[in-house]
Design a protein around this ligand. Sequence first.
Ligand code: SF4
Ligand code: SF4
Length: 78
Amino acid sequence: MAKDKKLMQSDICNGCGICVSVCPQNTKLSKADDFDSNTAKLAIYVTKGAAVIDSAVCIACGICTRNCPVASLTIVLA
Ligand code: SF4
Ligand code: SF4
């Protein structure tokens, strides 16, 4: 889905983690029998106080952009 687009992150992220919890890719991955939150490759995750996007996993659906409280995430043309 939407691989002509990609998700971009700005430096105003406050690390709240809402994007991580609303991401459908993360939800799908977390349902795997062998899911380990310490080692899983998620579409978006928070580390060192800021969200990090894994573009290999993110499908650029845009759901996180609509849930970020500070509008730190945007979908752009790839
Ligand atoms: S754009 Fe969609 S798949 Fe990518 S991190 Fe946001 S919610 Fe997850
Ligand atoms: S990108 Fe937005 S929703 Fe995600 S951790 Fe940062 S501030 Fe929170």
